[in-house]
Ligand binder design. Structure first.
Ligand code: HEM
Length: 151
């Protein structure tokens, strides 16, 4: 066994199921999507560097949405309760449905950002922030449900 392999398996052979990858990837997507809101807010507050903050928010939102799609896929295909009839399966179904709403809202926001980036003024930017708040509410509820499936 090579030294690298010995180090890698020092704490046991790593085993990853899809649902564990789902649990891991969701945190980064949530962080990026929340971060984009923070950078948008900074763009409003610090006008001399507005374009830079906006640019960062743009890429964070796109990366966050890409990872959200991956997260959804990992949850969907790794769902340990798929095809079962139980309370846990029912809770996961609700979690999945809220996940779909979350995907829809952030999908719309991403398309809007890509189509209108560098063109929007204060009013459109404010409407965007308002819809973004719905996205944040949806992802918060979805994540909370995911974390409480076993309660
Ligand atoms: C955009 C969509 C989704 C988001 C943001 C999301 C988010 C989360 C979060 C934050 C957790 C808790 C992670 C933790 O405890 O560390 C979780 C757990 C879970 N999610 Fe999702 N999820 C999504 C979609 C889905 C889908 C589509 C399914 C399956 C149909 C699913 C199934 C599960 C299950 C079974 C758990 C519990 C895993 C465990 O504790 O062993 N999720 N999810």
């Amino acid at each position: 066994m090579s030294l690298f392999q010995q180090l890698f398996e020092l704490f046991g052979r790593p085993e990853w199921s899809l649902i564990e990858a789902h649990q891991a990837s969701t945190h980064l997507s949530i962080g990026l999507l929340l971060g984009a809101v923070g950078f948008d807010a900074a763009a409003l507050l610090f006008s001399p560097k507005r374009a830079i903050w906006r640019e960062a928010a743009f890429w964070m939102q796109l990366a966050g949405f890409g990872l959200l799609l991956v997260t959804f896929g990992l949850g969907y295909f790794g769902n340990p309760f798929a095809g079962k009839q139980s309370e846990l399966a029912q809770k996961t179904e609700w979690h999945k449905n809220f996940g779909l709403v979350t995907l829809g809202v952030f999908g719309l926001l991403c398309a809007w950002r890509v189509a209108r980036f560098r063109k929007w003024g204060r009013i459109e930017g404010s409407v965007f922030a308002f819809v973004n708040a719905f996205g944040l509410a949806a992802i918060t509820l979805t994540g909370w449900m995911g974390g409480h499936i076993y309660d």
